[in-house]
Design a protein around this ligand. Structure first.
Ligand code: LLP
Length: 432
């Protein structure tokens, strides 16, 4: 009935998440409101790390990709599960640090890290710095030498695999701004260069082929390509790369049309491929990392809005206007992403209408979706947009000088605030 398993209809006929009535949440905290279900996050993280234990004999680690959703409370939850973190900016690193996250379990990414960011990562002993290009390697080498440090690095590599997803979120192909190409020999040269650097230690190689991928084959192919590269380095340079980061990208269910694989299947098949390939290539099985972001955060989250108006354009469409929109969820205007929505206070009723949910920005493209099946919605109703836990809060803006919504966590029937709603004074806090 709903796209995420943690959603249900309660005795009052309202939508519940993690055992909490969403209509009550809207009343208590106001709308728009991001709601995250702690148990759903924990369940997914466990599914990932338990699968690594089961299928890859525990020789691997989960690094949650915090770009999907980052706040201090999320970092604390990931830390308490014993998992690591993938961070892509000094802001994400700082959030983790302030949340008391063990920085040795953090991988730091980015195709253009600033000196300030590299210094911050070295000072705070981030576990891996995933180096994207040669100038960055040299900058890091200089910074590390100044600080008498030897950070562990990985190289971001483009495995040349194309996965079927939106072209703006495809990253593994040669024409990508991320990382070193294999085909051109660039990645091999980078390894040689790193081996001549005294102040960095080459620990591993990293790839990420894209996001919201349903097919397991491209993940298997990427693993094979990376292992062949590790074997080439061993055979030609006599150096054994011990760690392999396979990135994230596991697809989730946004609408009833989506049919993702259970995450366990990815790990079962990819682990088998890694083991077979290593035996064939005569290399040690590397320690593996995976970096799921969307799959951990998206299904755990919903966004609640209040309907302000219902506008019928005869024979054309019905607009349902809500009190949020592209500033809290820019994914429809950016990628045409589809979502499932429910009238939270009529959650048990049939979805008899097809509507366009419109945001409140001065911009016609500010929509959450078109042709969305929905219960009859009127002013005052609460709408829940489902599976918004990833890349919504983290991509939110203050467009039209709107305040960013609060983030509330629910946990087994209880709710608590994790990020406060912005105030009007927050809107002008840096204005002079
Ligand atoms: N690792 C690396 C190096 C990545 O670049 C990404 C995502 C991930 C892991 C996590 O991928 P996930 O498991 O979340 O698919 N804003 C877009 C998604 C951009 C993904 C960027 N990289 C969206 O809203 O769909």
């Amino acid at each position: 009935m709903f796209v995420s398993e943690n959603l249900s209809v309660n005795a009052a006929g309202n939508l519940a998440i993690g055992g909490v009535d969403t209509v009550e949440l809207a009343k208590e905290y106001g709308t728009p409101l991001y709601v995250m279900d702690e148990q759903e996050i924990r369940r997914t993280l466990r599914r990932f790390h338990d699968s690594i234990n089961k299928y890859y004999d525990g020789k691997g680690s989960v690094h949650y990709a915090s770009k999907a959703f980052s706040c201090m409370e999320m970092c604390r939850i990931v830390a308490s599960e014993g998992d690591g973190l993938d961070a892509v900016s000094i802001g994400e690193l700082y959030t983790a640090l302030k949340a008391g996250f063990p920085m040795e379990k953090v991988g730091f990414h980015g195709n253009n890290k600033t000196d300030e960011e590299l210094e911050f990562a070295v000072d705070n002993k981030v576990g891996h710095i995933v180096v994207d290009n040669i100038p960055e390697l040299h900058r890091l080498e200089r910074i590390a030498a100044e600080k008498n440090a030897v950070p562990h690095i990985m190289f971001r590599i483009k495995p040349g695999i194309s996965a079927h997803t939106h072209d703006k979120i495809m990253t593994g192909q040669i024409d990508s701004k991320f990382g070193f190409a294999l085909e051109t020999g660039e990645a091999f040269e980078a390894v040689k260069e790193a081996l001549s650097c005294k102040n960095v230690e080459l620990a591993g190689v990293h790839c990420h082929i894209g996001s919201q991928i349903f097919d397991i084959v491209p993940f298997e192919e990427a693993a094979k390509v990376m292992l062949r590269f590790i074997a080439k380095v061993k055979n030609e340079l006599g150096f054994e790369i011990r760690e392999l980061n396979l990135g994230g990208g596991f697809g989730i269910k946004y609408t009833s049309q989506d049919d993702p694989q259970p995450f366990e299947n990815y790990l079962e098949r990819v682990s088998a491929v890694v083991k077979e390939e290593c035996a064939k290539l005569n290399i040690e099985q590397p320690f593996i990392y995976i970096e799921p972001g969307r799959s951990v955060a998206a299904p755990a989250g919903i966004t609640l809005y209040t309907v302000g108006a219902r506008k019928i354009i005869p024979d054309i469409r019905t607009y349902i206007s809500i009190d949020g929109g592209m500033p809290d969820n820019p994914r429809y205007i950016l990628y045409g992403s589809e979502y499932d929505a429910v009238v939270a206070n009529k959650a048990g009723e049939e979805r008899t209408e097809k509507v366009t949910i419109a945001g409140k920005c001065c911009e016609s493209g500010d929509l959450i979706g078109e042709n969305m099946p929905l219960q009859h919605a009127e002013a005052g109703d609460i709408i829940a947009v489902c599976a918004t836990g990833a890349y919504n809060y983290s991509m939110s803006s203050n467009y039209n000088r709107l305040q960013k919504p609060a983030v509330v966590f629910v946990n087994n029937g209880e709710s608590r605030i994790a990020v406060k709603r912005e105030t009007l004074d927050d809107i002008i806090r840096n204005d002079i």
